[in-house]
Ligand binder design. Structure first.
Ligand code: AFD
Ligand code: MN
Ligand code: MN
Length: 398
C-alpha cells in the first residue's frame, strides 16, 4: 500500500465498517420485461433458494445481512408463512429486511389499489398493507416499503383529486397500525405502468403523504424513478434537510426504470448522492437512519454475479464519497473557488479505491475480490446443476 493509501486507510475503514446494503429477494428470481423473460437455470424459484443465494452474497461481501421480501412472491400465504421465514433466517444467517406489499399484480387492481374508485377494492388493498405491517412486526422488520402502480393512462378517465384523498386516508390508517419501531416508506415513481398520471409521482407527493400520515412515515428514493437529467442528489439534500429521507432503492437507468446494476451507467450520480449523505451530520440521519436497499432485476446478467457486482460497486462509491475533504471543500465553496472545489470533489471520485477496499476486506477475513471469489467458488455451478435437475423433474411431471 502506498503512503497516500495508508493515510487514507483509517477513513476508509470507518466508511466501509459503517456501510451495509440490503439485497432484494426478487433480484435472484427469473424476471423479465413486458417483451418476455429469459430464464436462467441458476435463478432462484423458491424462498429457500433466495435465502441461500443471499447468504452466498453476504459470505463474499460481508455487508448484506438482510433480504428485502415481497409479500405475494415470498410469503404467498401471508402471515402464515412467517414461521417458515424465521426458520430460513436461522438456517442461512440472513435476516428478513424490508417488507414490500404487492398492490400491482392482482386483477382487481386494474384501475388502482388504494386509489381505486371502488371502495371495496380500496379496502382489500388496505387490508393487504395492514397484513404486510403485521408480517413486518412478527419478523422484526423495521421498514414497510410501499410502492403503488396506481394511476391512469388517459386524461379525463380518473379524478386525480379524489384519488389523493383516498390515498391520504389509507396511509393514515396504515400509519396508525405501525408498531413504535416501524416505518412506512412511501416510494414515488413518475410513470410506468401508468402512462398518463401516477398517483405518487414525485418526491413532493411522497413528502406530503408522509407528513400527513405521521412521524413514522418517510420518503423512499428509487434512483431509477426520475425523469432524465433530474438532479437526484438535490432531492436527497432536501429530504435530508426536512428529515423525510427513509432510504433508497438503488439501481441504474439509461432511459427509465431500467433496473440496471448500480453504477453501470452513471456512477458519478451515486457518488454525488453518497456525498450528500456523508456531508450530513450523523445525528440527523438518526434515529431511524437511512435504509440502503438494492432494487434491481437482472434480466441478462447472472443474478448472483450482478448482485455481488452491485454491492462491490456501491461500497467503492461510498468509499470514494467518504474521501472528499469536506472541510477543505466548504472553504472552496465559501470563497467560490469553483475549479478548486470541483477538482477536490472530482478528485475523490477519480481515486481508485479498489486497493483500499481489498485491504479492508482482507482485514475482515473476506475475499479481497468478491466477484472473482464468486467465479472460482463453484456456488453458481452447483446451483445451476441442482436447479436444472429440479426443473427437469418438475417438467417431467408436467
Ligand atoms: C418495481 C417498481 C418499484 C418497486 C419494485 C419492487 O418500479 O421500484 O419498488 O418493483 O416492488 O421496480
Ligand atoms: Mn423500487
Ligand atoms: Mn422500480
Amino acid at each position: 500500500m502506498t503512503h497516500s493509501e495508508s493515510a487514507l486507510f483509517d477513513p476508509a475503514v470507518q466508511a466501509l465498517d459503517a456501510f451495509q446494503i440490503e439485497i432484494p429477494s426478487w433480484g435472484f428470481a427469473n424476471t423479465g420485461t413486458r417483451f418476455g423473460k429469459f430464464v436462467q437455470p441458476a435463478a432462484a424459484s423458491t424462498i429457500e433458494e433466495k435465502f441461500a443465494d443471499a447468504a452466498e452474497v453476504n459470505r463474499l461481501t460481508g455487508v448484506t445481512p438482510s433480504l428485502a421480501l415481497h409479500v405475494l412472491w415470498d410469503l404467498p400465504n401471508g402471515i402464515a408463512d412467517v414461521p417458515k421465514i424465521k426458520a430460513l433466517e436461522r438456517r442461512h444467517g440472513i435476516r428478513a429486511g424490508s417488507i414490500n406489499p404487492n398492490l400491482f399484480q392482482d386483477q382487481q387492481y386494474k384501475f388502482g389499489s388504494l386509489c381505486n374508485p371502488t371502495q371495496e377494492i380500496r379496502k382489500l388493498a388496505l387490508c393487504h398493507v395492514l397484513d404486510s405491517i403485521e408480517i413486518a412486526r412478527q419478523l422484526g422488520s423495521r421498514d414497510v416499503s410501499l410502492w403503488l402502480a396506481d394511476g391512469s393512462n388517459y386524461p379525463g378517465t380518473q379524478s386525480i383529486r379524489k384519488r389523493i384523498v383516498w390515498l391520504e386516508d389509507a396511509l393514515g390508517v396504515a400509519h396508525a397500525h405501525l408498531a413504535p419501531n416501524q416505518r412506512l416508506l412511501i416510494e414515488y415513481k413518475p410513470f410506468e405502468p401508468a402512462f398518463y398520471h401516477t398517483d405518487i409521482a414525485d418526491w413532493g407527493m411522497s413528502s406530503h403523504l408522509a407528513l400527513l400520515a405521521g412521524p413514522q412515515a418517510r420518503v423512499l428514493v428509487d434512483t431509477g424513478h426520475h425523469y432524465a437529467s433530474q438532479n437526484i442528489e438535490q432531492i436527497v439534500a432536501w429530504l435530508l434537510h426536512t428529515g423525510l429521507l427513509g432510504g433508497f432503492h438503488f439501481n441504474d437507468r439509461r432511459y427509465a426504470d431500467d433496473d440496471l446494476t448500480l453504477g453501470s451507467i452513471d456512477p458519478y450520480q451515486i457518488f454525488r448522492i453518497f456525498h450528500e449523505l456523508h456531508a450530513t451530520p450523523s445525528e440527523s440521519l438518526a434515529p431511524a437512519g437511512v435504509a440502503f436497499m438494492i432494487d434491481q432485476s437482472h434480466n441478462l446478467k447472472g443474478k448472483i454475479e450482478a448482485t455481488v457486482q452491485t454491492v462491490v460497486t456501491a461500497q467503492e462509491l461510498w468509499l470514494k464519497a467518504a474521501l472528499v475533504d469536506r472541510k477543505q471543500l466548504a472553504a472552496h465553496q465559501q470563497s467560490c473557488d469553483l475549479v478548486a472545489a470541483e477538482e477536490l470533489f472530482r478528485g475523490a471520485f477519480w481515486t481508485d479505491v479498489r486497493p483500499l477496499a481489498a485491504q479492508w476486506r482482507t482485514t475482515r477475513g473476506l475475499p479481497a475480490d468478491p466477484l472473482a471469489a464468486l467465479r472460482t467458488g463453484g456456488y453458481v455451478d452447483r446451483i445451476t446443476s441442482e436447479r436444472a435437475q429440479r426443473q427437469a423433474r418438475v417438467n417431467s411431471y408436467a
